[in-house]
Structure formats: structure tokens, C-alpha cells
Design a protein around this ligand. Sequence first.
Ligand SMILES: N[C@@H](CCC(=O)N[C@@H](CS)C(=O)NCC(=O)O)C(=O)O
Length: 173
Amino acid sequence: MTSPEYRLEYFNLRGRAEPIRWVLAVAEQPYQDVRFDKETEWPKKKSDTPYGKVPVLYVDGRPLSQSVAICRYLGAVHGLSSKDPWLAAVGDEVADSVHDLLPVAAQIVYANTFFCGDELTWVDVFVACYLSQLSSQHKDCLDAAPKVRDLISTVTSKPALKKWLEVRPVTPM
Ligand SMILES: N[C@@H](CCC(=O)N[C@@H](CS)C(=O)NCC(=O)O)C(=O)O
């Protein structure tokens, strides 16, 4: 199967695009990382996007919105999804609970190494990205959740992701 051509559009920030960039890195997929200025360029582009929001992932020119849906799609296409419908649904539950994530993550990762059974999926990558950003702003927020710290280390020690972390643009958030 030839890989599709991916173009990710977002601001010059990590924000909601960064979990997508992490999933693409772990999946070792090349993509165009298009970043634009929120004040000067975005107002002209907004009406070209499906919902007036970014990130948008263009897959061979077809737009896909919503960061969680994009990560789920990439996980399905690149072997980073559970094939067990129940475990996949548990993963969706975790990703959809992103705002309450720390307690949810702690609870689930305490029981297992990964969120969806024994294998790394996009949900682990998504959560590790989100929580590592949170812990870089609030240094002690993972003190009570060593397993979550372990998950972040497991994900960020993937060679392809390590490479991305070394070369990614430095941005305020
Ligand atoms: N639930 C959406 C949220 C998308 C969203 O709110 N994007 C913000 C940036 S993080 C945006 O496009 N803001 C510009 C605007 O609303 O004009 C997702 O996860 O992708």
C-alpha cells in the first residue's frame, strides 16, 4: 500500500496539532507541516476549512478535522489501533475524556501498561503528548502518577518520536 500524501495545517504552535504530529512521527509517516500566523494568515484561510477550525489534516487533498478523529484515523491506517472493538472503545473513551485526563489516565494506566491491551496505540501517543505538555507547565502534576510518567517515557523513547522532539520548532505553546 502506498502511503497517502499528508498535509497538516495549524498555527505555529504545538497545541491541538501536536498529538497528530506525534502519531505521524510514531507511524513514521512523512507529511507537510504547514504552520501559519494566527493574526495575519488565519483570517483569510478560516473559511476554506470545513468547520472554520484547525488542525485540519489533508489526506491526498481531502480534509479531515477534529484532532481526536484525525489521530484515530491515523492509528487505524498505520497499525496503531486495537483490533478488539471493546479495547478500541475504551481508548476512545480515554481520548474523549481529555480534559479530565490525569485521573482517568492514572486509573487506567495503573491497571495496564497501555490503554488498549498490551500494545501501543494512538491513544497512548495522544495521552503521552497531552500530559507531557501539561507536566512541562506544571512540574509536579505527575508526582502521584508514576505509571503515567512511565507511559510518557515509553512513548517518547520511540526513535522516530525522539527525532521529532529534537527537530520540532520551538514555540511558546
Ligand atoms: N475540537 C477541535 C477544536 C478545534 C479548535 O478549537 N481549534 C482552534 C485552535 S486550537 C481554532 O481553530 N481556533 C481559531 C478559530 O476558532 O478561529 C479539535 O480538537 O480539533
